[in-house]
Design a protein. Structure first.
Length: 345
């Protein structure tokens, strides 16, 4: 009977839960010959243990089992955030319609009675496995879209801060009767920051995902020293407001690296912003830019609280909030270092 269906081209991991070893053998053999992977559990408790280390695409669940019934197990699975999205298909000898209704009420997606027809079982397994893959892919796409929007919103803050600072300086001097002594520099800062803001939006929103955005970045020679100098201009007001001394050391006029200019600038701004944000008032931030073989090295040190050893592995995770907090009441989204890590890698 099984030979009537060709092997699946989308193998899935199936958890089969039944207290009868013979039933697991029959169902498992069908699934394995069809190309699926199988995990066997002989009770509800055994299934819960298996689910601690595996995330199946579908669960085939018997109803009448000693200790914990299939309905009770399904209810527990739907109450747990880690397992509630796994589809559960009941496979039972109980043909009473009340069992079918109860199975669906407990969160089951299907109900097939024993003895079953092999091709029918496999067709339903393929259907629910494919639906689960589609749901997961849609969730990933939504997460990617949200991720892009988060990055855009976060990275726009740096050029907008530069525009705001320059505008404030010009506004405060408008009644002085003479142009601001640094008017040319301030106007240039506004122009540069505006251009970079538009480029950030264009570069990220033109692609459906960050990975694709990274794959389209153009590699070209970029001066790391010049990029660092440009990035620092946007933090002059922030440095002054916290009375932080900046020491910038770059013994060479040019430190050329291969990369994409705006992506490099985005990374540098996030690193500098992070150092200032977590530095106490009156502290020092030290930046060193120097050649490193055929490339270059950017090193930044601050006098912030540092990172606890147990939190190091969380440092580059999105939305991670470590125990250290910004020292001047600044906002912290937990995205800055995550963005740097994603773009660099």
């Amino acid at each position: 009977m099984i030979d009537r269906l060709p092997p699946t081209d989308s193998p899935s991991l199936i958890l089969v839960v039944d207290d009868e070893p013979k039933n697991i053998q029959v169902v498992g053999s069908l699934l394995l010959r069809h190309g699926h992977e199988v995990i066997a559990a002989h009770s509800g408790q055994d299934a819960l243990e298996k689910l601690k280390s595996a995330q199946p695409d579908l669960i085939l669940l018997d109803v009448m089992m000693p200790g914990m019934t299939g309905f009770e197990l399904c209810r527990l699975l739907k109450e747990d955030a880690a397992t509630r999205d796994i589809p559960v298909m009941f496979l039972s000898a109980a043909a009473d319609k009340s069992f079918v209704i109860e199975a669906l009420q407990h969160g089951g997606v299907d109900y097939l009675t024993k003895p079953f027809h092999g091709p029918e079982l496999l067709s339903r397994v393929d259907l629910h496995s494919n639906l689960q893959r589609t749901r997961r892919r849609l969730a990933e796409l939504i997460e990617e879209k949200n991720r892009l929007l988060e990055i855009v919103a976060h990275d726009l803050k740096n050029p907008l801060n530069g525009i705001q600072f320059a505008a404030i300086m010009l506004t405060e001097h408008k009644d002085a009767g003479t142009p601001h002594p640094k008017q040319g520099i301030l106007l240039e800062s506004i122009t540069d920051s505006t251009r970079r803001a538009f480029e950030i939006i264009s570069n990220l929103l033109e692609t459906p995902a960050l990975e694709e955005a990274k794959s389209r970045l153009r590699q070209e020679p970029v001066c790391l020293r010049e990029s660092t100098t440009r990035a620092l201009k946007n933090f002059e007001q922030h440095l002054r407001s916290k009375d932080i001394r900046l020491d910038f050391h770059s013994p060479h006029d040019e430190v050329v690296v291969w990369g994409e200019n705006n992506t490099l600038l985005c990374c540098l701004e996030n690193l500098i912003s992070n150092a200032i944000k977590f530095s106490p008032a009156g502290a020092s931030v030290v930046i060193q830019v120097q050649p490193d073989g055929r490339s270059g090295k950017f090193r930044i040190e601050d006098q912030g609280p540092g990172i606890r050893p147990e939190e190091v592995d969380k440092l580059f995770r999105k939305f991670t909030r470590l125990s250290a907090r910004p020292t001047g009441g600044e906002a912290s989204t937990g995205l800055g270092l995550h963005i740097v890590h994603e773009l660099i890698n």
